[in-house]
Design a protein around this ligand. Structure first.
Ligand code: MN3
Ligand code: MN3
Length: 332
């Protein structure tokens, strides 16, 4: 029989490990949804009515989103789980990881409903050939895979969290733009509702991993903090360059590339906020229809202030903004 000196602890929810794990656990449960509850059959005609250029762009953004959610479900969240200390935080991440699997599958639910098998096969082949999609996946994955080493240090863990936040709070949004834009114009509305469910989840995921990242940052030596600041800035710049190329390729044929580039800046700022960092882009001009799409499913309710008496403590520590908590709890 194998013996070990390691002590195995059980997750004990009777005693809080921090002032936010239970809040995030409950919020995730409240937001829980399944893709098959939202079959978008009302969009079949709408999809046929899109111009060929618009339909192709729509297919591509859903394809790109599928790839990112696949990476987050199968690698991002599982790697983070192994490198956070709190068992309650691990449990919250495990739930989020499962939701990433539902997100990734939900795009297939949209495709299956509106597109032909030939089109679907073409999109999935395109994903594997698109240089910008492959590039961003390999960059983010390299930070996750750094956690496979034997001598993982606090900076490796911090940067994996940064990569996760950039994926969830920034990279997703070049894809989210088009479904929000179309739904705002009365097209692909049922599919847009699915995208809004995903967006709400990503909002909470970005906040949670943002909190973990801020705790992780506090553990770093002064030297490593400077390194982390530089690495985070460089990673964002590297991903932004790639994202602009991707945006031009997908959105120029439908003449939306300028507006999507503004949207990228808006969401890069959000990602930085989640990390407790200063915004980098000012004077961002947001498409009002898309901005409205971001907020229609949200309210001014602040789930922390309703759910946790420790909320103020969390805010003081993490410098989060009120609007970060715009999660609709009444419609769920
Ligand atoms: Mn997701
Ligand atoms: Mn997520």
């Amino acid at each position: 029989m194998a013996t070990t000196s390691k002590i195995y602890a059980a997750v004990n929810w009777n005693t809080p490990e921090n002032d936010y794990a239970l809040v995030f656990w409950e919020q995730n449960l409240k937001q829980f949804w399944i893709d098959t509850e939202y079959i978008p059959s009302n969009d079949i005609q709408s999809y046929k009515n899109l111009s060929p250029e618009m339909r192709e762009a729509y297919n591509y953004v859903l394809g790109g989103l599928t790839l990112l959610d696949t990476l987050q479900s199968t690698t991002g969240m599982p790697k983070l789980i192994d490198h956070v200390g709190s068992l309650q935080n691990k449990t919250v991440l495990a739930f989020m990881s499962m939701m990433e699997g539902i997100h990734a599958k939900s795009y297939s639910t949209i495709f299956t409903t509106v597109a032909t098998m030939d089109t679907i096969d073409e999109v999935f082949a395109w994903i594997e050939q698109n240089p910008q999609l492959q590039y961003k996946s390999s960059v983010i994955d390299s930070y996750y895979r750094a956690l496979d080493k034997n001598n993982v240090d606090d900076l490796d863990i911090y940067m994996a969290m940064v990569a996760s936040i950039l994926l969830e709070s920034f990279l997703f949004y070049s894809g989210f733009f088009l479904p929000l834009y179309l739904a705002g114009h009365g097209e692909m509305v049922a599919s847009g509702d699915i995208i809004k469910k995903i967006l709400q989840d990503e909002n909470v995921h970005g906040l949670f991993v943002g909190l973990l990242a801020q705790e992780q940052y506090a553990k770093l030596s002064e030297n490593n903090k400077t390194l982390a600041d530089n690495k985070t800035h460089n990673l964002l710049m590297q991903l932004m360059d790639n994202e602009i190329t991707y945006t031009n390729e997908i959105y120029a044929p439908i003449k939306l590339e300028h507006e999507v580039r503004e949207f990228l800046k808006y969401n890069a700022n959000k990602a930085l906020q989640n990390m407790g960092r200063k915004e980098m882009y000012s004077n961002v001009e947001m498409n009002p229809i898309v901005l409205n799409g971001l907020s229609t499913e949200t309210t001014q309710h602040d789930f922390f202030s309703k759910k946790s008496t420790n909320y103020e403590v969390a805010v003081a520590v993490t410098h989060l903004q009120d609007e970060d908590f715009d999660v609709d709890i009444d419609s769920i």
